[in-house]
Design a protein around this ligand. Structure first.
Ligand SMILES: C[S@@+](CC[C@H](N)C(=O)[O-])C[C@H]1O[C@@H](n2cnc3c(N)ncnc32)[C@H](O)[C@@H]1O
Length: 165
């Protein structure tokens, strides 16, 4: 759920980046959030200095059009998430659940792991569901932003929650 300043809540899919390493990927995901009207949560520590200047450098002016939540650490994110009551869906190559055969809810939180190490066990343990984008054999993984774009697209398609142009 997204809480509006009025206190009302609206069901809205949100995306979360667990300890991102690469500012260019973070910029791409912020741009995705800006274009899809999807709030973005960034969970520290990041592998780069997090600043308004860095965001504008990598997300350009799209940084001005995204609802961004910056969490000091995993515990801060978890506190917010539990209060939100939304499901946490972790995108991971370690799942056997294909993302396109999963049923989404309009207020799901889609999370990606860091580029270098993915998500640690404690995130896997707490996730409500873990989703895989099926790949060909002998490859390791998709780019983090590409995997999120695919899954977010399917989630928005199923819930018919596209942004109004
Ligand atoms: C570059 S990958 C991480 C690779 C990392 N070395 C590992 O072992 O998890 C970064 C993130 O992209 C997402 N990702 C990449 N490919 C994926 C796939 N095929 N299915 C689901 N998530 C994927 C996951 O969230 C992953 O944590």
């Amino acid at each position: 759920m997204l809480k509006l300043p009025s206190g009302d809540t609206v069901p809205l899919m949100q995306i979360a980046l667990f300890q991102p390493d690469q500012p260019t990927n973070t910029g791409t995901l912020l741009r995705l959030g800006a274009c899809m009207g999807t709030p973005v949560h960034i969970i520290e520590p990041c592998g780069f200095p997090f600043s308004k200047r860095a965001l504008r450098r990598y997300a350009m002016d799209y940084a001005d059009h995204v609802t961004l939540h910056h969490h000091a650490d995993w515990h801060a994110f978890q506190r917010w998430r539990i209060e939100s009551g939304s499901r946490l869906l972790l995108l991971t190559t370690k799942s056997a659940q294909p993302y396109h055969q999963f049923t989404y809810q309009p207020d799901d939180i889609l999370m990606v792991g860091s580029e270098s190490t993915g998500a640690p066990d404690y995130v896997h343990d707490i996730a409500d569901h873990r989703l895989l984008v099926p790949m060909t054999a002998n490859v390791r993984s998709l780019n983090v932003a590409v995997s999120m774009a695919m899954v977010l697209g399917e989630g928005l398609r199923q819930t018919d929650n596209w942004p109004e142009g």
